[in-house]
Design a protein around this ligand. Sequence first.
Ligand code: NAD
Length: 352
Amino acid sequence: MKILSSMEEMGHEQVVHCYDPATQLRAIIAIHNTTLGPSLGGCRFWDYASEDEAIFDVLRLSRGMTYKSAVAGLPLGGGKAVLLGDVKRLKTPQLLQAFGRFVNRLGGAYITAEDVNMCVEDMSEVGKETSYVTGKARDQGGSGDPSPYTALGIYHGIRAAVQHRLGKSSLSGLHVAIQGCGAVGRNLAGLLHAQGVQLTVCDIVAANAQKMADQYGARIVPVEKSHALAVDVLSPCALGGSLSSRTIPEIQAPIVAGGANNQLLDEKTDGKALQEKGILWAPDFVINAGGIINVYHELEGYNEEKVRKAVMGIEQTLTELFLQAEKEHCTTLQASMRRGDAILQQARAKKA
Ligand code: NAD
């Protein structure tokens, strides 16, 4: 992969490769854009098939963070980190501290947080070497696990989509299929269940799906069939790339709204394909902003009531973007990116 060419194409400012021989830490930190403020985004521990795959992931994820914070109205830029390798074998306090030292060297241009395979306790280890870390435990002055807030935002995003596409103000009696029963998926299942929503779930780890069946009476389906169910809402809450030229033709749900980052495998074509099929897609970086809103308030002085209010605002933001997409005859992705670009342009003009 030609990294500089990719940075130029996607608009990245800085990409840093980190290696620590003592702990076998191999990490990449990508800073996409700092126009609105320091770049903030989680660090993901994943056993990528290749370095190119890791670079592609961190470049897309960090750019997504720029738009996520901009559209959520936060004074933050976009960044992200990936730690490469087998998390079970490699993740030690020493490796997390080594990562913290690399984050610290960037002098605050990148602030980290948790993402897939990283938790609140891991952020405390990272925090032993840098203050540029969020998502630490509440008893350490942090905002704790962001996933309940991410789920709350998705819940409100689903409400906006159901109102817009189905004309219903209540979710009661609807059927939602959740792909991925991890931190976000299980919190979302709890919120939906409390509103009388029927749930179908899947997960590559059978025990995670089983918990949802036990707790909420969810039906379990195989992962390969989960996108093609006759449900009201399909909610991707696992990893990215679940919406593709293979899956979109088989989707029966009129709404796709979930928390996974980078849901479109090919963002040049898949957003359009969803629109042409009459499916209302809630852009991932808009609907899943609850987590970043939560960690941002950690920097400000944490106030849970303020956080909940801001996260619930995702319902209004998405409603506006759905209407804008209709008015401008564009996809919901295009409408959301246009809003993000306009916010960035305004900030640049103010600085000039
Ligand atoms: P997690 O690791 O807790 O859960 C992911 C779950 O998905 C796991 O149970 C895993 O077994 C399952 N899974 C993996 N691949 C799957 C597949 N192909 N099909 C079905 N299930 C599969 O992660 P999380 O924190 O719940 O995050 C889920 C998604 O939401 C990720 O894309 C993440 O980037 C995004 N996200 C999370 C937050 C947050 O606050 N945690 C915020 C914004 C976005």
